[in-house]
Structures are given as C-alpha cells and as structure tokens.
Design a protein around this ligand. Sequence first.
Ligand code: E4P
Length: 219
Amino acid sequence: MKFFIDTANLAQIKEAHDLGVLDGVTTNPSLMAKEGITGEENVINHYKAICEITDGDVSAEVISTTFEEMIAEGEALAKLHERIVVKVPMLKDGVKAIKYFTEKGIKTNCTLIFSAGQALLAAKAGATYVSPFIGRLDDISTDGLTLIEDIRTIFDNYGYTTQILAASARHPMHIINCAKLGADVVTAPLAPILALLKHPLTDNGLAQFLADHAKAAGK
Ligand code: E4P
C-alpha cells in the first residue's frame, strides 16, 4: 500500500519523505489556505516546491466547477510538473473533465467521493485515483471503511485500474484497516503516520536492552 501525506506543509512533507516511506502528497484548497498560500503565483510556486521534495504523485486541486474552466485550470496545473495529478471534484462536469484529462494522458484524482456509485462513475471516466473520505463519513455516523470495502469489490469485479486513495484518514487504525481492506493508497496527516511507529512494549523493550547492555559493560 502506498502512503501519501495529506498536507501542504513543506516541513511535514520533508519529514515524511526523509522517513523513506512517502509515495506522494495530496493537497486541497483548505490545506493550502491553512499554510497561508494564496494568489495564483504563490500557489504555483508552492506546488513546484512540493514536487521538489517528493518523487511521488502530487495532487493539485482545481478551484473551478464548470467543465471548460476545469479543463483550462487542470491543463495549466499539469504543465507545472510531470508528477502533478489534477484533483477534480465529484460533479457532473468533473466526470466529463476526468474523461477529457484521461484521453489527454493527464493523471486525475477524483475527490469528495462518499458513495460507491460516485467511485464507479469516476473509474469509468478513467480516473487515476478516487478519494473516498472515510473520516468525514465516520463524522456523520456512517462507516467510512465499508465504503473502501465496497469500492474494492466493485473495482476487482471489473478489473478497473483506478486506484483507491483512502482519504480523510484521521488516526493510525484508519491506515491499518485500509491496508487490511486493500486500499491502494492511504493519505493521512503526518501525526497518524508517525503514530504507526509507536508501541509501549517497543519502548520498554528497548530501554531494557540498553540497560542490560550498559550493566554488562560495567557502565
Ligand atoms: C483528501 O485528499 C483530502 O485532502 C483530505 O483527506 C480531507 O481530510 P479531512 O476530512 O480530514 O479534511
């Protein structure tokens, strides 16, 4: 399973990259705003900076919501760097735009997926990735992981090559359960990724090993 980091924070992207497990980056307009990135030139430069850190795919989301505008915006984003993936919202015009981008050889990530039907439409349009938002479904008392399971079944039934990019992962168990269910990618903030490292028995065991070593060495 691939690990993407879900942030526009360059220091956190670098930290995940340096850990050696980063396969890509997802951003969205809220994450860009959180870092104070506004204005076309700043946004463009920020995407370029992200592409300089990671050697994986970088999702850059269009702000437009009509077919013509999404095409213009997406084509400009795709020209920024070979690893840019155009992130397109699940809309009627978005599905049409994904089809257009696919035919042009531009990679896409269909975002804001909350149902298996939406994922199926995006896959049929040729999306490179679909992003089901599991945390936001959990927030409204609907099991986000069931959606991952349903999409996996549907894509496997018909051999769709669209990758399931489980998004809105909020804690380490989301990541582990997505891996169990066969998600192709999970995108999460840095904290849940780093939380996978931790186990109290590891900490206790290491402390004991080091203490025994020091004792035997007469320190
Ligand atoms: C996906 O690409 C989104 O950027 C993200 O995962 C949304 O996460 P949130 O629901 O925690 O905002």
